[in-house]
Design a binder for this molecule. Structure first.
Ligand SMILES: [Zn+2]
Ligand SMILES: [Zn+2]
Length: 250
């Protein structure tokens, strides 16, 4: 793995620790439909609302592994990307600091965060599972799954089962890890799956329209991961649905 890729993955891990909350989802190497550019924007880490398309909660993170400090132009181009990604807040991560002008330009809505390369030594890649999807991009290195904190599933006061939800940092597919039987599996968009336990629930992915439209031409959509129980379908996670999968980011 290149040190650059490792840096990005380390930053994703840090974000997932910093933003661990049931209402927020953290996605490594996310793809977002650019509302202005109408092309696919690659985002190193997307911190987004988990239960619905609340853009006010969206934060995009870009890791700039430059040997020099960040300058005002770096911040300005990142600000442009934030606007295209409908994100009101952003985090620029860099190993070698930033100029005074860059800091001023960042104002309050862009957080400049220094993560040194030495910190890469602390990363334990063994904790990241290989993607289990057949759809993972084989042209590149197979992706790694970033797991959320484990969650309890139960319909009474105490949880009866523990599972983790994850997302692949290459293909973006949802993954489930059932702690009861140990089974890990991936779910492509619009599919259903279950672990080896005889639970009364199963997992389902569905594409739903958002309340906010992407632009004048296109409705924005999300892929939801649902936990379907005998009485209800509960939202467990969400990710943006990419409309322009073949468009290149320029
Ligand atoms: Zn994958
Ligand atoms: Zn199970």
């Amino acid at each position: 793995m290149t040190s650059w890729k490792k840096y990005e993955r380390f930053v994703a891990e840090l974000c997932s620790e910093d933003y661990q909350s049931p209402s927020v989802t953290v996605m490594p190497n996310a793809k977002i439909n650019g509302c202005l550019s109408q092309t696919t924007r690659q985002v190193d880490v997307l911190i987004d609302s988990r239960f619905g398309d609340d853009r006010n909660r969206r934060i995009i993170v870009d890791a700039k592994k430059y040997n020099r400090p960040l300058n005002v132009k770096d911040v300005e181009s990142f600000h442009g990307m934030m606007i295209d990604c409908s994100s009101k807040a952003g985090i620029l991560v860099c190993p070698n600091g930033y100029s005074t002008a860059a800091k001023k330009r960042a104002q309050d809505f862009i957080n400049l965060k220094i993560v040194s390369l030495e910190e890469l030594e602390n990363i334990d890649l063994e904790l990241w599972d290989d993607c289990l999807s057949d759809n993972c991009d084989e042209r590149a290195e197979r992706g790694l799954v970033l797991w959320d904190a484990p969650m309890g599933i139960g319909f009474t006061a105490s949880p009866v089962s523990i599972s983790s939800i994850g997302k692949c940092d290459v293909c973006g597919e949802f993954h489930i890890w059932c702690w009861d039987c140990g089974k890990k599996f991936s779910l492509s968009n619009e599919s259903a799956a279950q672990c080896n336990c005889e639970h009364s629930w199963f997992w389902l992915t569905a594409i739903e329209g958002d309340e906010v439209s992407l632009n004048d031409h296109q409705q924005s959509e999300s892929v939801y991961l649902l936990l379907v129980t005998p009485i209800d379908a509960l939202i467990a996670d969400r990710k943006p649905f990419v409309h322009f999968p073949y468009a290149e980011t320029v």
